[in-house]
Design a protein around this ligand. Structure first.
Ligand code: NAP
Ligand code: G3H
Length: 489
């Protein structure tokens, strides 16, 4: 159904003003598969003029879109969700070849995205606003009522990362649109073809021209220009802390929502249910080869159960299949997005080994396929204790007690999530209240969903709050109309 998106020569056009456009002679970027280096397709390296055009179109379309009743906007989103579901198998194959995501995870991403879009549509319809009486404030009688509704912000710039090119794009676009904003969407370059398929679903759903517009091209070339564009009103960014900080430094007086990197710890205490901890830690750390912001990226385990936990982890990690997910649906450890990512992982592993960490498993690499690495006796002197590898590597750091776990967890520059494994609920609450993160999971792995929960990072892990209702709130502002009531009849 999406097949007409591809032009001859495997070129994928951009969507602007309700049309798929491909300018003759435009520079093209080859998107090669992380699985085997084959050509997945080509997208345009857009220039500043193209960005201007997208922003102009979005700005002009916004007043008309804002005036479309919410229930009509929601209907379009519901149709887009159905189209995604109907075309899930095709989307899964695109995700597989473009970003190396195994079919099971790809299907879960697409179906979850359809659910997200439907939930966003329904949430927006059910945000009624409020009326606030003046009499509740000292010194006031019933002399005023503030009627508070929510207004869209205008043009939202959505920038998404490579690892969830459908879901982390839709989780910006859907709440922005249903709230009455128009969108300029710059997907990750590796992931752009998957993202353009998502846009196709919105087009097929009947989105009016100009409401959603895409800009492809390397962030390092057009990113600075795009994020500082005078016509945008809000930036919704997910990606690395490095790029997030750069954007935050460049942009003046524009609100933004940022979800950035993480170094989520799994804290395992002496009374933990170890089988439960092990299965959560392994799926949390290694699914999609650890290329998830919320992956478990370090284990902090108390000495008295550390040997036992390490043995159990080793057994489970050894059973993970590594290879090409196109050839084998049982593969968990897929090739990393590129060789540079594999270099980063291997250099962290080497440094830790040189400083005395014990390699329990792994160390083998074939191009960008890094076999799962498990390292014990990692210390706080090693980079692996602090840096985000975005790959299939898990360091075990042994600690004295819960106090030391909190201290090491909080010493990180990141603050996305943490998880705690203990059967003592009082202890879990006490530790949770002291961890400097957006979310603490008790007896479960770190993860974003379900998508209507608040999802946020503190410190270098983000600014603002995602999650369906929270995202709609972030991309709208209150508008108050105050009725002054005459005391005289
Ligand atoms: P990235 O390199 O930071 O890229 C993210 C997006 O920013 C891409 O679309 C990229 O475009 C664009 N970009 C690059 N330079 C830019 C600039 N100067 N101005 C504006 N945009 C620019 O991240 P990634 O490698 O795709 O994703 C992995 C990282 O994202 C990890 O650190 C991970 O933890 C984080 N992440 C966080 C969350 C979360 O919710 N907290 C979720 C997913 C991922 P190009 O692709 O063209 O470079
Ligand atoms: O990569 C970052 C995503 O926000 C993580 O989502 O926990 O559902 O994998 P996830």
């Amino acid at each position: 159904m999406f097949s007409d998106l591809e032009l001859p020569g495997k070129v994928y056009p951009n969507y602007q003003s309700g049309k798929w456009i491909q300018k003759e002679g435009a520079d093209l970027i080859e998107i090669r598969s992380p699985l085997d280096g084959s050509l997945v397709g080509k997208v345009t390296a857009m220039c500043k003029d193209d960005v201007d055009e997208a922003m102009d179109i979005a700005k002009r379309a916004q007043p008309r879109w804002r005036d479309v009743p919410i229930h009509r906007r929601a209907e379009i989103l519901h149709r887009a969700a159905s189209i995604l579901t109907e075309n899930a198998r095709e989307m899964v194959e695109v995700l597989l070849y473009e970003i190396g995501k195994d079919r099971k995870s790809g299907l879960s991403e697409v179906l979850r995205t359809a659910d997200y879009i439907r939930f966003a549509a329904d949430s927006a319809k059910n945000m009624p606003g409020e009326s606030i009486p003046s009499e509740s404030f000292p010194g006031f009688t019933k002399s005023k009522i503030s009627l508070v509704t929510r207004e869209p912000l205008g043009v939202v710039l959505a920038i998404s990362p490579f690892n969830y090119p459908v879901n982390l794009s839709a989780s910006k676009i859907a709440p922005a649109l249903v709230a009455g904003n128009t969108v300029v969407f710059k997907p990750a370059t590796q992931g752009a073809i998957s993202a353009l398929h998502l846009v196709k679903a919105f087009e097929m759903a009947g989105l009016p021209a100009g409401v959603l517009n895409t800009v492809t091209g390397y962030g390092q070339d057009i990113g600075d220009y795009t994020v500082t564009h005078e016509k945008l009103d809000f930036i919704n960014f997910t990606g690395s802390t490095q790029v997030g900080k750069r954007i935050a430094g460049l942009v003046k007086m524009k609100p933004m929502l940022m979800e950035l990197g993480g170094k989520d710890p799994a804290i395992v205490l002496e009374d933990a249910n170890l089988p439960l901890a092990v299965s959560n830690i392994v799926s949390g750390a290694y699914s999609y080869s650890g290329q998830r912001c919320t992956a478990v990226k370090r284990v902090l385990v108390v000495d008295c159960v550390a040997d036992h936990l390490a043995d159990m982890l080793r057994e489970k990690v050894a059973a993970l299949k590594a290879g090409n997910p196109a050839a084998d649906d049982e593969v968990t450890i897929v090739p990393l997005i590129d060789e540079h990512a594999a270099d980063t992982v291997m250099s962290l592993v080497e440094e830790a080994k040189d400083k005395g960490a014990k390699l329990l498993l792994g160390g083998k690499r074939e191009k960008n396929l890094v076999h799962p690495v498990l390292m014990d006796h990692v210390t706080t002197q090693m980079k692996l204790a602090w840096e985000e590898p975005f790959g299939p590597v898990l360091p075990i750091i042994r600690i004295r007690d819960a106090q030391e776990a909190i201290e090491i967890a909080n010493r990180s520059e990141y603050g996305l999530q943490s998880c705690i494994f203990t059967q003592n609920i009082d202890q879990a609450f006490s530790i949770a209240s002291r961890l400097e993160v957006g979310t603490v999971q008790v007896n479960g792995k770190t993860e974003r969903g379900p998508d209507h929960f608040p999802f946020l990072g503190v410190k270098s892990s983000g600014i603002g709050v995602q999650g369906i209702r929270y995202s709609i709130e972030a991309m709208t502002r209150p508008k108050a109309i105050v009725i002054n009531i005459s005391p005289h009849l």
